[in-house]
Design a protein around this ligand. Sequence first.
Ligand code: 6GU
Length: 320
Amino acid sequence: MKIDIVSVFPEYFDVLNLSLFGKAQAKGLVEVTAHNLRDWTHDVHHSVDDTPVGGGAGMVMKPAVWAECLDDLLGLEPATVTPSSNNSNTSVAATTDATASVPSTANADAAPEGTDIAASEESNAAPVNTTADANADASDAPAAPVSAVPPASDRPVLIFPNPSAPLFTQRDATELSHADHLLFGCGRYEGYDARIPAYYRAQGVDVREYSIGDYVLNGGEVAVSVMLEAITRLLPGFMGNPESIVEESYTGEGALLEHRQYTKPAEWRGIRVPDVLLSGDHGKVDRFRRDEALARTDEIRPDLIAKLDCAALSKPDRKT
Ligand code: 6GU
C-alpha cells in the first residue's frame, strides 16, 4: 500500500519508522512519504492560511496551496478557471446558493463555475477503487479529452481528518485497507477551505473526511496517525499473529467490546482470575467470554448493542 501524507509538520510522521509500522515499511508492505505542504507555496513566508471569510477567530488553510499540492500528488491537470469580474456565481456567497449541480464526469479540466458545494458533498459515499463500480463509471462516461489524468481506479483515496466529519470506524478502516494508495491531507488552524474536498469530489476523486472522536485536537496529524494504524494493521502480513485481529473489539460480526484478559499467575495480590478460565473447558470459556463481552458492552457502550447483528450472537461455540 502506498501512503502519502501532506502536513506542515511532516517530521511528525518520523515515528512511523518505529515498531510494527517500521517493520512493515522495511518489508515493503507499506511505502510512506510525508510531504511538507509549504513546498507548494511561492511566497517568501510560505504561507498556507488566511483569515476566515465571514469573520471569526483563527486561520483557515487556503485552497490554492492545497490544490497545487494535491493536483501534483493525484496526477491531475491544474484547473484553468478564469473567474469573470462580475459573475456572481464565482463569489463565495453564491456558491452556497447556486443550483448548478456538479458534473459527474471524472476528467473535467476545470471547476464548474458556481458549483454548489453541498451538492457535491457526498460525505464519504464512494466505494474504494478496487470494485467494478469505478470501471463501470469510466465506461459509461462520455469520451474524455486526452489528458494526463489517470483513470479513477489508479488514483489514491483522498482523506482529510476533520473534527466536524462523520466518525472513523473499524468498518472504514477495513474498507480502506483494501485500497492500493491513500493520500492524507492534514489540516491545521481552524481547518481547511471547504472547497478543497468539494473540488476534488467533482473531479471524480474518492474523497473522505473523518473525525476520530468527540474532542478537539490541534490538527490532523494525530488523527491521521490513528487512522493509519487502524488501517495498516489489517494488511495481510502486518501483524505477527493475524488471529489477534480476528478476536478484537469492534471486529467480527458482533462488534462487541472484548472480554477482559488475564495472564498467569491465577492469583495475584489476592485477586483470582475467574475460575472458569482455569477449567480447561473451552466451550464454557467461550460462553463466559461472550457473556462478559455482551454485559460489558451493554454497560459501557449501549450504542454498540443497538447496532448489533443478532445473528452473530448465536454463532456456534468452538469445537474442541
Ligand atoms: Cl480528524 N481533527 C481534529 N483537529 N480534531 C479532531 C479530529 C480530527 N477528530 C477528533 N478531533
